[in-house]
Design a protein around this ligand. Sequence first.
Ligand code: NAD
Length: 269
Amino acid sequence: MKPLNVVIVGAGGRMGKTLIEAVLDQPQAFRLHAALDRPESPEQGRDAGALLGHDTGVAITHDVEAALADADVLIDFTRPEATLDYLQTCAARGVNMVIGTTGFDAEGKRAITAAAQRIGIVFAPNFSVGVNLTFKLLDIAARVLSQGYDIEIVEAHHRHKVDAPSGTALAMGEVVAQALDRDLDACAVYGREGTTGARDPSTIGFATVRGGDIVGDHTVLFAGTGERVEITHKASSRATFALGALRAAGWLAQHKQGLFNMQDVLDLH
Ligand code: NAD
């Protein structure tokens, strides 16, 4: 099969560079068709592979219209306002999108849903294949261990992370709470200190560790009488998100319209 023509936007960003590297690593499946970033980006005009030591012959530009000619899919890990601009152009031109950007408000999410009537979109807050599989494993574990097991979620990230618990830890909590028919807002306990009293069995506890360059570790602990089950995911580089996004791009080639997530891509429903 012919390689897919891929447009990477936010090409000078952390995820953009990781995506370009992943595309160049799989020449039989993907071809770097164009690389875009905002006009003020210092990367404008540079070869898209320069930072990786590759000469791709594709310069970073901000010419969206030219980039979309003959493109099969646009992969976007940028900022919500940028994504919503690309979304309009892709919908008008019939180019599918893989959206990894986070932080959309309700209006932004509605715009994505509306555009998916015209093009195929995979939109996911976490493109790691392992994390998405972990969600499925947690759903099974929570249903089987619904009685007599205390559930605690422990996550660790690098020293620069500014929010806690991580979005992925919260998403894991949501999966467990839904499987147990509990409301996460009502049953979550975020950290403990002092005289806490005995553990309320209906709660889901969260604990956070911050330090060094930890990319992202998550463990969900089901602690029962006489045994513990721990389901752990550890990310060691951003490459996991890029590889998941490319897997989504390949899967999307068979879908001309509709809004999908990684559970669809991985057939985990
Ligand atoms: P970054 O700041 O390193 O890169 C962002 C890029 O977007 C930059 O190149 C920047 O120039 C570009 N950009 C910003 N505003 C723009 C605009 N208006 N028009 C065009 N380009 C614009 O950020 P990052 O760490 O690469 O993360 C990017 C996004 O991806 C964030 O929203 C992050 O939360 C998300 N992310 C998602 C996943 C996932 O699995 N879904 C994984 C990692 C990061």
